[in-house]
Design a binder for this molecule. Sequence first.
Ligand code: ATP
Ligand code: ATP
Ligand code: MG
Ligand code: MG
Ligand code: MG
Ligand code: MG
Length: 260
Amino acid sequence: TKDIGKIEPDFVRSFQFENKLLPLTWVVVRIDGCHFHRFSDVHEFEKPNDEQALKLMNSCAVAVLEEFEDIHFAYGVSDEYSFVLKKESELYKRQSSKIISAIASLFTSTYVIKWRDFFPHKELKYPPSFDGRAVCYPTYKILLDYLAWRQVDCHINNQYNTCFWNLVNNNKSKKTKEESQARLKGTQTREKMEILRELKIEYNSLPLIFRMGSSVFRLKEAAAVENGVVSGKKLEGQVVVDHCNIIERCFWEEHPHILS
Ligand code: ATP
Ligand code: ATP
Ligand code: MG
Ligand code: MG
Ligand code: MG
Ligand code: MG
């Protein structure tokens, strides 16, 4: 303890490096589940898409938007979520490590707390974790290209996975995982659509949440919502989840308040 007076705080602090994100750019923090291939196996997720697991992800993203006002939009698919901060954000003085860790840890703890609501009959067998990264996008156009890229990825993966799991689970074709993989190797969209048609799967009538992923944002104005038998009212500023096409620019033209 007699050495305690010798510590020089400025010297110790000088080893920390600056990690400030470029000013006036859109910051995207993408988190992704660590080893969710295994996590989804252990927790017996439905394949190719476990809807409850996706809804749990969405509800965690809503919690993140409710906590961080500077996050104006989020897009999620599979075990990942991208969070977009407004370009003027000064959250944590734009220090990337603080922003990433705060978002990833809030998302993760919410995932654990809400697990029961979405899987009342399934025990959470071990603690999940999410990694995160931050990327700055300097123009609105590049930002929209980024989001379109994630939705294209959702589309391509979903089409592949829908084919793969239907080949594996089809009682007539009785293909193994290896045979199904071999069958799909090198196939283009058209051929995959043909395979699905042979299996009597109408791809375009699969739920939107699988085909489009999920977008999370605040409502600009109050809106009446019809959701099957339930109808209600959503308030201005309320965080909502939708499954829209964000590749087409008309979505962004119709919702200019979100990001531009
Ligand atoms: P890494 O740690 O490198 O991210 P990973 O195993 O999480 O590895 P990803 O590329 O992130 O690999 O893929 C996530 C995997 O999690 C998917 O391939 C899928 O098997 C599974 N998965 C995630 N969400 C769902 C879901 N809603 N329904 C079914 N499976 C899912
Ligand atoms: P920030 O978000 O900036 O970190 P903070 O409120 O977490 O704000 P810290 O400087 O990290 O501020 O201080 C943590 C505070 O949490 C302490 O000042 C104390 O009030 C409280 N705290 C943390 N651990 C304990 C503990 N074991 N017992 C009592 N109080 C605690
Ligand atoms: Mg990863
Ligand atoms: Mg992952
Ligand atoms: Mg992933
Ligand atoms: Mg603290």
